[in-house]
Design a protein around this ligand. Structure first.
Ligand code: ADP
Ligand code: MG
Length: 329
């Protein structure tokens, strides 16, 4: 049977011989994403501009699904940190945990003890929508909505139509319609994925720079496009510049070449992420900020302004470029 992703299969890029750019063999193969327009690099206006507030772009509420295909690449971490960053900038955000089977966005936000009602109960008529929205005490403009109880199975009736109804109900709240609805998507491309992407009009595709995550990301990109979601930006997570320099990890440039998507953010591998996950205290709140926290903060800024970044070659003049070269030029 023909493989859906021939360009990802033939050679292990890590076994290719050293060249001035990493993994040239993959780049020269015809990519399946050639149907999509290449990301056009734009001027990076959103990088570290502490002196001004980000300007909200696009029609609200912006319904953004955070997805990946592969599990464990950082969707929930990204949703939590983007959500907190957006709320800190004064935007109202509803973070929806659509990973009904293995919900954990509540843990990352430190709100697990306050989830009394869920969207499933709203649909059953057991509570009102505002009772199921858990307001974050640190940033009251951030609210969490879980689809179902941590240990219950999603009722069969809760599908794409039900989540679309919930998002429409959020949209039609007169005084409290959110600026952003962030939907934390479950892994895979089955019913949970279909449900999570249904109400979205934009997507943040999270991937790690490894070939399994990229294959899944490519497949998911095609499915998102089939569903009519054209605004897809990617976050490359768990990037290690030391491994890239040693040609043991794909560079962000390679990832971008392979997926052909505009880049929202590049997040380094950082032990602080694990620490903050376990404390239920999103990384972007850490003081002093960690490198990954800053990277999430910048990604949130770009999301607000519908901006993108350009990847740089980390192996290029590392000393001259210094610390911020990591985040793009
Ligand atoms: P997903 O929602 O895609 O399954 P998670 O957000 O739950 O993934 O992340 C999976 C694990 O990876 C978590 O333990 C998280 O702390 C860890 N992780 C995510 N991003 C990073 C990072 N940049 N550096 C280190 N650990 C990370
Ligand atoms: Mg998750």
């Amino acid at each position: 049977m023909a493989s859906p992703l021939p360009h990802l299969l033939p050679q292990n890029p890590l076994s290719s011989s050293a060249s001035s750019t990493l993994f040239r063999p993959i780049r020269t193969l015809p990519p399946s994403h050639c149907r999509r327009p290449r990301a056009r690099p734009r001027c990076v206006s959103a990088a570290l501009q502490w002196g001004r507030k980000p300007q909200l772009s696009g029609e609200t509420p912006r319904v953004v699904v955070v997805t990946s295909g592969k599990g464990g690449v950082g969707k929930t971490t990204t949703t939590a940190n983007l959500g907190v960053s957006l709320a800190r900038h004064g935007f109202s955000v509803v973070a929806v945990d659509a990973d009904a089977g293995l919900r954990n966005l509540d843990l990352l936000l430190g709100l697990e003890n306050r989830v009394n009602y869920t969207a499933a109960e709203v649909l059953n008529g057991d509570c009102r929508l505002d009772q199921a929205l858990v307001r974050d005490r640190r940033f009251p403009s951030l609210q969490l909505l879980c689809l179902s109880k941590a240990r219950s199975k999603l009722p069969l009736a809760f599908g794409a139509k039900a989540l679309t109804w919930v998002v429409d109900a959020l949209r039609s709240r007169e005084s409290d319609s959110p600026h952003f609805v962030l939907i934390d998507c479950p892994a895979g491309i089955d019913a949970g994925f279909i449900t999570a992407i249904a109400p979205a009009n934009e997507a943040v595709l999270v991937t790690t720079p490894d070939i399994t995550a990229l294959r899944d990301a490519d497949r998911v990109t095609g499915l998102l496009e089939c569903d009519g979601i054209r605004d897809i930006k990617m976050v490359v997570n768990r990037v290690r510049t030391d491994l890239i320099r040693g040609e043991d990890m794909m560079s962000v440039l390679d990832v971008q070449e392979m997926l052909g998507l505009p880049l929202l953010g590049v997040i380094p591998e950082d032990a602080e992420v694990i620490r903050s996950t376990n404390r239920g205290y999103p990384l972007v709140l850490n003081k002093p900020p960690s490198i990954a926290g800053l990277a999430f903060e910048q990604a949130a800024w770009r999301l607000i302004e519908q901006d993108t970044m350009t990847a740089v070659m980390v192996e290029e003049e590392p000393k001259k470029r210094g610390f911020f070269s990591f985040f793009g030029g």
